[in-house]
Design a protein around this ligand. Sequence first.
Ligand code: SF4
Length: 87
Amino acid sequence: MRVDQNACTGDGLCVQLAPSVFEFDVDGLAYVKDDTGELQTLDGARVPVPLPVVDAVLGAADECPGTCIYVERADGTLEAGGPAEEV
Ligand code: SF4
């Protein structure tokens, strides 16, 4: 999964729903965290979705106001999130 920071509104929904994998950086935009909890501060950085938070991440991707959370399958196709026309 990844976040497109260019479209993030900074509302914090993802951080509320899945705080173990989403966090704000100092720029007020959401970034993903890896399995050690380290924030991945490069724009569009990808991390795997940890199993315990799959439902929360999918929910965040569905509800994200910026439609900028992308949950991708292993083959690169979109599982959830992103702009509606791409789902
Ligand atoms: S829910 Fe979407 S728009 Fe809101 S902070 Fe998270 S990534 Fe950004």
